[in-house]
Design a protein around this ligand. Structure first.
Ligand code: FES
Length: 126
């Protein structure tokens, strides 16, 4: 059983990053899709948005039914904003702000991503 607790996830702004966690090679991530990495007790969904040349990371935990599924969702755009749709009940969240775009669920935590020497790094404040 997965221990799912929203309090585990705190959104991190680029200026607050203290640790760049080396996740894995760029090629391990699907194009225009997501994969899940683990950092400490956190499951983090990482998305390779090839179409717009950007990467995003957010908690893997969907705040709707507390399922670890967001990395398996579909990514897309809404009004120029990148978003992730939960594969279970299609709640959508901004990958920039974490805001729930089609309801009033709690925002998800988002994290900075950088690519260096063909490796994906996710930024955390702790
Ligand atoms: S569990 Fe994600 S939308 Fe329901």
């Amino acid at each position: 059983m997965t221990f799912a607790d929203l309090g585990t996830y705190q959104a991190t702004k680029p200026e607050d990053v203290k640790i760049w966690f080396k996740a894995c090679e760029v090629s391990r991530f699907p194009k225009n899709g997501g994969a899940c990495i683990k950092y400490k007790d956190k499951q983090i969904a990482v998305f390779n948005f090839t179409r717009i040349g950007k990467w995003y990371a957010c908690q893997n935990l969907c705040p709707h039914k507390m399922e670890m599924v967001l990395s398996r969702g579909m990514i897309g755009e809404e009004g120029g904003n990148p978003k992730i749709a939960c594969p279970l009940h299609k709640n959508t969240f901004s990958l920039e702000t974490g805001e729930n775009l089609n309801g009033n669920l709690e925002a998800i935590a988002t994290y900075p991503v950088k690519i260096e020497d063909n490796f994906v790094y996710v930024g955390f404040s702790e």
